[in-house]
Design a binder for this molecule. Structure first.
Ligand SMILES: NC(=O)c1ccc[n+]([C@@H]2O[C@H](COP(=O)([O-])OP(=O)(O)OC[C@H]3O[C@@H](n4cnc5c(N)ncnc54)[C@H](O)[C@@H]3O)[C@@H](O)[C@H]2O)c1
Ligand SMILES: CC(C)(O)[C@@H](O)C(=O)O
Ligand SMILES: [Mg+2]
Ligand SMILES: [Mg+2]
Length: 347
C-alpha cells in the first residue's frame, strides 16, 4: 500500500496485506538456504523455520557456529550442510555471511546460481560496491534484498515475543517475473513487522551511515564526551553514568519510542524542557559536519574499503576483541556493569 510519511508517499507492505499464508503459498516449492550462521543467519533461519518454511542452513563444518546451529536444532545431513552443498540444494540462497566473507564464498555461490534461482541479501553492500567485492550475479537469477532494521538478535527476540522488527526490501534484478512476490514473502517469513521499499544503493548508504552515526558510533561518542566532562568536574562514576546512559535507556528512550520526542519532552520538567529546547540545535550544528563527512566517506566507498580490508585479515577476531575490551574496560562501561546489576529486576 501507499502510505504518507509526513508529506512523502512510500510503498509499504504490511502483514495484513501480505499474510503469512500467502507467503507460504508463494514459497511452497522453494528450498531456502541460509548461508552463514552469525547474527542474522540464526535469527532469519529460525524465524523462517518456526513460520513453516522449507529452510536449510549452510555453514562451515568444524566451526563454532556449526555447533551453535546443531544446538539450535538444525540436523546435519538433513537441514544443516556444508556451504557448498547448501548452495546446491537451495533455490533461494540467502547470502548471510559477513559482508567481507561474502567475497571469499562468491565463486562457490555463483557456480550454483542456476537459472531461476534467487540470490538474497540483507545488505546492499556486495552489489553496490561490486567493484570492490567482485559480486556480479548472472542475469538469469532474481537478486533481492530484505534488510531487517536491527540486530539479528532483536529480530529473533521480537519474533518470539510475538512482535516484529521492520525491514526494508529491494529488487535489483527480476529475472523470473516473480521477484516481488519472492522478496515480500521472504520478508514476511523472516518475521518482519512490516516492509518498506528501498534500493540496494540507498539501503547500504543509509545503513552504513546509521550504524556509524546515531545508532552506534555517534551515540557512544556523545556518551563519552558528556561522561568525561561530568567526571572532570568531580561527579562520581555512578552519578555520571546515571545522568548519561542509564536514564536515557531505562526512562526516556522508552517514552520516545512510545510517542515521540515531543511527548518525552512534555513529560519532563519545565526546567528540562527549556534547556533541551535551547540546546538541541547547537548539538545538531556541532555534529552535522561530522555526519556530512561520514556520509561522504560512505558514498565514495571508503567505508566499504576499510571494512573489507580489516575484516578480511586473519587476526581480525583478536583485534576486534581488543577494541571491544577497551570499551568494556572504560570507566563508563565498568560503572554501567555495576548499575545494571543494581536494577531490581536483575536481582
Ligand atoms: N548483524 C546484524 O544483526 C545485521 C543486521 C542487518 C543486516 N546484516 C547483514 O547481514 C549479513 C550477515 O551479517 P552478520 O552480522 O550476521 O554476519 P557475521 O559477521 O556474524 O558472519 C556470518 C557468518 O559468516 C561466516 N563467515 C565469515 N567469513 C567467512 C568465510 N570467509 N567463509 C565462510 N564463512 C565465513 C561466519 O563464520 C559467520 O557464521 C551482512 O550482509 C550484514 O551486513 C546484519
Ligand atoms: C544492527 C545494524 C547496526 O542495524 C546492522 O546494520 C548491522 O550492520 O549489524
Ligand atoms: Mg549494517
Ligand atoms: Mg542496520
Amino acid at each position: 500500500m501507499k502510505l504518507k510519511f509526513g508529506t512523502v508517499e512510500e510503498n509499504v507492505v504490511t502483514r495484513e496485506e501480505f499474510p503469512l499464508e500467502k507467503a507460504k503459498e508463494v514459497l511452497k516449492d522453494e528450498v531456502i538456504a541460509v548461508l552463514g550462521y552469525g547474527v542474522q543467519g540464526p535469527g532469519q533461519a529460525l524465524n523462517l523455520k518456526d513460520n513453516g518454511f522449507n529452510v536449510i542452513v549452510g555453514q562451515r563444518k568444524g566451526s563454532k557456529t556449526w555447533d551453535k546451529a546443531v544446538a539450535d536444532g538444525w540436523v546435519p545431513g538433513e537441514t544443516l550442510f556444508e556451504l557448498e552443498e547448501a548452495c546446491e540444494r537451495g533455490t533461494i540462497l540467502q547470502f548471510l555471511l559477513s559482508d567481507a566473507g561474502q567475497i571469499a564464498l562468491w565463486p562457490t555461490v555463483k557456480k550454483h546460481l542456476t537459472p531461476g534461482k534467487a540470490l538474497y541479501f540483507s545488505h546492499g553492500f556486495g552489489i553496490t560496491y561490486k567493484d570492490q567485492t567482485g559480486i556480479e550475479p548472472p542475469k538469469d537469477v532474481d537478486v533481492i534484498l530484505v534488510a531487517p532494521k536491527g540486530s539479528g538478535t532483536s529480530l529473533r527476540r521480537m519474533f518470539v515475543e510475538g512482535r516484529g522488527l521492520n525491514s526494508s526490501y529491494a529488487i535489483y534484478q527480476d529475472a523470473t517475473g516473480k521477484a516481488r512476490d519472492r522478496v515480500v514473502a521472504l520478508g514476511i517469513g523472516v518475521g518482519s513487522g512490516y516492509l518498506f521499499e528501498t534500493d540496494f544503493y540507498k539501503e547500504v548508504t543509509s545503513d552504513l551511515t546509521g550504524e556509524r552515526g546515531t545508532l552506534m558510533g555517534a551515540i557512544q561518542g556523545i556518551f563519552a564526551a558528556q561522561y568525561e566532562v561530568l567526571r572532570a568536574n568531580g561527579h562520581s562514576p555512578s552519578e555520571a553514568f546515571n545522568e548519561t546512559v542509564e536514564e536515557l535507556t531505562q526512562s526516556l528512550m522508552p517514552l520516545v519510542a512510545e510517542n515521540g520526542m515531543d511527548w518525552m519532552y512534555a513529560n519532563c520538567s519545565t526546567t528540562a524542557q527549556r534547556g533541551a529546547l535551547d540546546w538541541w540545535k547547537p548539538f545538531r550544528d556541532a555534529s552535522k559536519p561530522v555526519f556530512e563527512k561520514l556520509y561522504n566517506s560512505v558514498k565514495t566507498g571508503k567505508e566499504a574499503a576499510k571494512s573489507i580490508e580489516s575484516n578480511s585479515k586473519s587476526d581480525y577476531r583478536a583485534k576486534l576483541e581488543e577494541e571491544l575490551k577497551e570499551l568494556r574496560e572504560s570507566e563508563m562501561w565498568q560503572a554501567g556493569a555495576v548499575v545494571r546489576k543494581l536494577r531490581p529486576e536483575n536481582n
